[in-house]
Design a protein around this ligand. Sequence first.
Ligand code: SF4
Ligand code: MG
Length: 316
Amino acid sequence: GNPILEVRDLQKHFHLGGGKTLKAVDKLNISIGRGETFGLVGESGCGKSTAGRTIIRLYEATGGEVLFNGENVHKLRGNKLQEFRRHMQMVFQDPYASLNPRMTVGNIIAEGLDIHGLADGKQRKQRVSELLNAVGLNEEHASRFPHEFSGGQRQRIGIARALAIEPQFIIADEPISALDVSVQAQVVNLFKKLQKERGLTYLFIAHDLAMVKHISDRIGVMYLGKLVEVTTSEELYANPLHPYTQSLLSAIPIPDPEVERTRERIILEGEIPSPLNPPSGCPFRTRCPKAMPECAASMPEFKEVQPGHFTACHLY
Ligand code: SF4
Ligand code: MG
């Protein structure tokens, strides 16, 4: 069927003082099918959160378009914009900062219901209980405050809040990065369970490939505001094409100690260049172990080099 979300040449440039432009998101193209999970991965500062915030229109785009169910999100006004806000919700990275400490958990979760006038009284209370149960908490938690909960529980509250108005699409911006490793898998499993029960579509943002492995159908890897590789999850782990993806994968420890001992690590040299002053040609060339003279001369095109497997690199 038609994709639920299509991002076309999306651009978010910030104009800073002194004629400087920060190209936080530069010509991003992503298409996500209904019920799919698309993992968006990259180091901090690569533009992945900005991309998420521009897609959901917390930020206005400076170029390109975002089509949600075929409608251009950045052109929506009035009722249409309200309606879009019901269908797409965000779960934030920091479950400590994103919940108002002075509101009860019940009121936090019901905020969307209140804003959109979807339920009150007994019905509202019942919806809150259902949502708490759906995320593995219970109705007694509704009268408590965020500080009474652990990080993992707070993220469950954040997820319940996002679910309250029954969105079709959730952008989860590093939802497990701030959590203890021991609870990360539980929260990922919760996302999977909710997706199955509710037919949700996810854009799941993370800073390393290990975090998206078990949830993503397809994965996009970003570097300095651009996508460098997109393919299915299995294909990306089995056959990474872009040297940057190869280096990210080589940084993930392998459970088998024998394999771990003998395999080669790709250690990248140098720091990520400033996005204010990206290198000419391929943005990865200053750290790429395979860089060639042509990499400085021209920007590699993002293209399909194997069926369903896209990358931007002069090697292909
Ligand atoms: Fe490396 Fe060149 Fe490919 Fe860029 S285009 S990733 S510098 S080989
Ligand atoms: Mg971020």
